[in-house]
Design a protein around this ligand. Structure first.
Ligand code: ZN
Ligand code: FE
Length: 255
């Protein structure tokens, strides 16, 4: 049996995600934006929380940990580099470590930039990756603690995952991201196709998550900073990709 996923809204624009292993009954929450919607989702599915896998220390990803741990005595797994800034951590992980949720196994990928110790969980056997606030559909996280160079390298690691990997990201920002991306690549056909798809999804209040990384790398300008056409359109032909990425990220900050 394969992994089951339940996605639901939390807070203003966060996604809550439950990952369930039917073979063992284990269930992980990816981040804990707030406790109540996670508990409601667990009840709706009839699942018992065994693990919380934290991507980074921000409050909108960790505020629910204390109440959930009290209710379920679940294990809390968090990035080693941020463990001191996250409450009630049981296990810390870093690049190359493996994390099991029942019989499902994730590889830990360090993706610093948004925060200095941000990590992603890649369940390669299930073709799933939980990327927190590093990559969004047609966007990426703000570079708050790391450098632009670091964030670009982190995005490249995610871009290198197999094309059919389903990416689960932390926020429903896709419509606004598309409005910005069109200023960078107005003629990108993959972007225009994604825009049409997102319009339909949002019209019926459906989430724009997950996305396949193969589709995302054709449409998301933040993953395309090493494309010569993107560099040229910004007047940066021949410039290092990390610099082109930084320019796109700074334009988005001002957008
Ligand atoms: Zn964040
Ligand atoms: Fe966030």
């Amino acid at each position: 049996m394969t992994a089951q996923i339940h996605l639901f809204p939390c807070r203003q624009d966060n996604f809550g995600v439950l990952l369930h292993d039917p073979a063992s009954g284990a269930t992980a929450a990816i981040d804990a934006p707030e406790a109540a919607p996670v508990e409601a989702a667990l009840k709706a599915k009839g699942w018992k929380l065994t693990d919380i896998l934290v991507t980074h220390h921000h409050a909108d990803h960790t505020d629910g940990i204390a109440a959930l741990k009290k209710a379920y005595q679940c294990r809390v797994v968090a990035p080693r580099a941020e463990a001191a800034r996250i409450a009630l951590v049981d296990e810390t992980v870093a690049e190359g470590d493996k994390v099991s949720v029942g019989k499902l196994t994730a590889n830990v990928i360090e993706t610093p930039g948004h925060t200095s110790g941000h990590i992603a969980y890649w369940f390669h056997g299930d073709k799933l990756a939980f990327v927190g606030d590093t990559l969004f559909s047609i966007g990426c996280g703000r570079v708050i603690e790391g450098t632009m160079e670091q964030m670009w390298r982190s995005l490249l690691k995610l871009r290198d995952l197999p094309d059919d990997t389903q990416i689960y990201f932390g926020h429903e920002y896709t419509e606004a991201n598309i409005r910005f991306a069109r200023t960078i690549e107005p003629n990108n056909k993959a972007l225009l196709a994604r825009e049409a798809e997102v319009k339909q999804l949002r019209a019926r209040n459906a989430p724009t998550c997950p996305v396949k990384i193969g589709d995302e790398k054709a449409a998301n300008c933040f993953l395309r900073a090493d494309n010569p056409e993107v560099a040229a359109s910004l007047g940066m032909a021949g410039k290092p990709a990390a610099q082109v990425f930084a320019e796109i990220r700074e334009r988005k900050n001002r957008f």
